[in-house]
Design a protein around this ligand. Structure first.
Ligand SMILES: Cc1cc2nc3c(=O)[nH]c(=O)nc-3n(C[C@H](O)[C@H](O)[C@H](O)COP(=O)(O)OP(=O)(O)OC[C@H]3O[C@@H](n4cnc5c(N)ncnc54)[C@H](O)[C@@H]3O)c2cc1C
Length: 266
């Protein structure tokens, strides 16, 4: 569990809701109190929540799958129905159903080609400096596509300073001017990161760029029959794939059951 803190010019409730929903994926919510506003901020809130360290969480999920009998095959496919060849049952040679979790790939994947899926570019700086709390703001003075958050990873892995949310931008190169603004904003909202030494006191591990699989209109979770096989789609979660994952997985299971039951009745 970590202590989180959000601040901004908006109402406390809006700022808090955005921070919880879009930044750290709160699973529990123990504390809520309004603090005195910092200079340049209308309000600040503080609460206790959960921070997922994805570098640990994803291998753990894979281990859970293996433990429960899942087998993995890595292949790039051009058409969704190629998944039938990639993973057919060794006994029957048949695939009952395909689940499509291809994220940004859904834009180009044959049989799907959903052009409303676009990248939302996120640039971060990972540093060795630590903060004893997560901090996020609900906006910045540097434009709608720039964000400000500080997250020290649980169980090691540095502190993530963010960031950006640049819709439609697929540039994988680090923008050093943006990196400087990210670091400046981070030490402004969290001076204890460098003991008041400013960005010169940051010990940078790496700069990084990632692409959120944003679907205009929201995550697609539904099913359709393609070339005689049921396909359950679940893609386009944008910047909330981890937060949404449990709810999406439940919906996918429901759709899979529906499709297999419908098939059984045929
Ligand atoms: C900087 C940044 C910050 C973020 N912060 C948060 C956060 O605070 N909270 C949160 O919940 N989320 C956050 N996210 C978003 C989160 O990472 C995504 O929502 C999530 O990873 C989406 O998962 P997914 O499985 O749907 O798609 P992906 O993780 O993109 O997985 C899709 C997979 O499909 C594979 N694939 C695609 N096409 C094909 C093909 N043709 N053949 C074979 N394989 C294919 C890809 O290789 C990939 O492995 C952040 C993302 C970034 C970049």
């Amino acid at each position: 569990m970590v202590q989180g803190c959000g601040s901004r010019r908006e109402s406390t409730i809006v700022a808090l809701a955005k921070f919880v929903l879009f930044r750290i994926g709160a699973l529990t919510f123990h504390q809520f109190r309004v603090l005195s506003a910092k200079e340049g901020m209308d309000s600040r809130t503080s609460f206790t929540s959960v921070c997922i360290n994805t570098a640990l969480y994803l291998p753990w999920l894979v281990s859970q799958c293996l433990r429960n009998g899942v087998s993995f095959q890595r292949k790039v496919i051009q058409h969704i129905c190629d998944a039938k060849k990639a993973s057919s049952d060794p006994l029957t040679g048949k695939v009952d159903l395909i689940v499509n979790f291809t994220g940004l790939g859904a834009n180009k994947l044959g049989g799907v080609q959903d052009r409303s899926v676009i990248p939302a570019r996120g640039q971060i700086v990972v540093v060795r400096n630590k903060s004893d709390r997560i901090i996020g703001t609900s906006g910045t003075d540097d434009g709608d596509d720039e964000t400000c958050y500080v997250m020290t990873r649980a169980a090691g892995g540095g502190t993530v300073l963010g960031g950006s949310y640049q819709k439609g931008d697929s540039n994988s190169q680090v923008d050093l001017n943006l990196a400087t603004r990210i670091m400046q904003r981070a030490v402004r909202v969290c001076p204890e990161l460098t003991g008041g030494k400013g960005i010169e006191g940051l010990d940078v591990i790496r700069h990084s760029v990632g692409f959120r699989p944003l679907r205009i209109g929201g995550t697609r979770v539904d099913k359709e029959m393609i070339d005689g096989t049921w396909v359950v789609h679940c893609y386009g979660a944008g910047g909330a794939g981890y937060q949404q994952s449990y709810g999406c997985a439940q919906d996918v299971m429901h759709l899979v059951d529906q499709a297999l039951n419908a098939r059984a009745r045929l």
